[in-house]
Design a protein around this ligand. Structure first.
Ligand SMILES: Nc1ncnc2c1ncn2[C@@H]1O[C@H](COP(=O)(O)OP(=O)(O)OP(=O)(O)O)[C@@H](O)[C@H]1O
Length: 357
């Protein structure tokens, strides 16, 4: 039997070959998403990479050109009527009436929903406002709300009835640092209540702060997905070497099966490697990544066309240094580094991420 609210595989959202074309443009290209039940799933990608279009297809707001969508174990949009009452969504922000209070706005939304029982509306609206920390401003007109408060009111609207899945499209977009903090902490607490949260963002730092899992979109394609820890571990290991014998060093590193690159002249001071200028300590910086091989089957979270998480294989650092010294390379500085999540994402998407907090 399937677990409540998910597929047999414990997935709250599952897509296969999901594709959306606008004319000749492939906005979403053969995407296989796998969102585990209970995850806070960050849907990460630069602007225009296809996040909103994917979300619209998940919610039945746009028709797919090809592929399948399953939400809470049910096919979408075929079972839209059963699925939507169990899903709270914040997509493109609901339009509030500015001269009505927060309470009055939620009353209108609740009344418009076919699923809200009128007799319990007052209690439902009050509970939703309380849940997002807006009880104190419940009677205030929305035009006097800050952006963060409006965003929280949008989330309250998504919470008018108990939800198993929350889908939030860029919930902190346009918010000031205080509003951003408020919304992030709200997202965390919603997940702590047991809902699966699917949240899109173009901010890597945001996803790192609130998410347990992430998927990365680039130009309509899903380029990686999995638990954040696995995505982090997938970062390539590399060494950084300072030596005046860069040519010989590169030959040695190549013989060890590594891929050396000469990264310029540098020196060492108290702060570590930096611009050249310390007599006797200058040299050239050589970096070298390890040859990457696929993990053993089952060890990594793999889904469909997502790029396989790579397990880097680096020779032992002491063996690298020994080989260098044996070949007469003067080793003036040596470090082992792991590619950061940000570098990895940039490598996967070919684009920089906005790293603002
Ligand atoms: N209705 C539409 N008609 C034509 N093209 C569209 C339409 N909606 C989206 N697109 C295009 O599809 C691509 C993906 O857009 P989408 O809004 O899904 O990206 P996104 O990752 O959500 O970006 P953003 O963070 O800027 O919203 C873009 O090139 C966009 O211009």
């Amino acid at each position: 039997m399937s677990p409540a609210g998910g597929s047999a595989a414990g997935l709250t959202i599952e897509t296969q070959g999901l594709t959306k074309r606008f004319g000749h443009q492939l906005a979403v290209d053969n995407v296989d998403l796998a969102v585990p039940q209970g995850a806070v799933f960050g849907f990460l990608g630069p602007n225009g990479s296809g996040k909103t279009t994917t979300i619209r297809m998940l919610l039945g707001l746009a028709a797919a050109s090809a592929g399948t969508v399953s939400v809470l174990g049910m096919p979408m949009p075929r079972q839209l009527q059963e699925v939507l009452p169990r899903v709270g969504a914040l997509v493109e922000g609901p339009a509030f009436y500015p001269f009505l209070s927060g309470t009055a706005n939620l009353h209108r939304f609740d009344a418009a929903s076919r699923h809200g029982t009128p007799g319990t509306r007052n209690a439902r609206v009050a509970a939703a406002l309380d849940r997002v920390g807006l009880s104190h401003a419940a009677g205030k007109r929305v035009h006097a709300y800050s952006l963060g408060m409006k965003q929280r009111l949008g989330i309250a609207n998504a919470l008018l009835s108990p939800r198993e899945l929350l889908v939030l499209d860029e919930p902190t977009n346009g918010l000031d640092p205080q509003g951003t903090r408020e919304v992030r902490s709200l997202v965390r607490s919603l997940a702590a209540d047991g809902a699966t949260v699917f949240v899109s963002s173009h901010l890597l730092a945001e996803v790192e702060q609130i998410c347990t899992h992430a998927a990365i979109m680039s130009a309509g394609r899903l380029v990686a997905q999995g638990p954040l820890e696995e995505l982090r571990r997938g970062g390539e290991m590399r060494i950084r070497l300072l030596t005046p014998d860069a040519g010989t060093a590169c030959e040695v590193l190549l013989r060890l099966g590594m891929a050396p690159e000469r990264a310029g002249v540098a020196g060492i001071n108290a702060a570590g490697l930096h611009a050249a200028g310390s007599p006797g300590m200058d040299g050239e910086v050589v970096t070298a990544g390890a040859a990457a091989v696929a993990r053993p089957a089952g060890a990594a979270e793999i889904a469909g066309n997502a790029q396989r998480v790579q397990e880097p294989v680096l020779p032992h650092p002491e063996d690298i240094v020994a080989a260098l010294v044996a070949a007469g390379v003067r080793v003036r500085g040596f470090a082992v580094e792991r590619e950061s999540l940000e570098e990895r994402f940039v490598a996967l998407t070919g684009e920089g991420f906005d790293v603002a907090q």
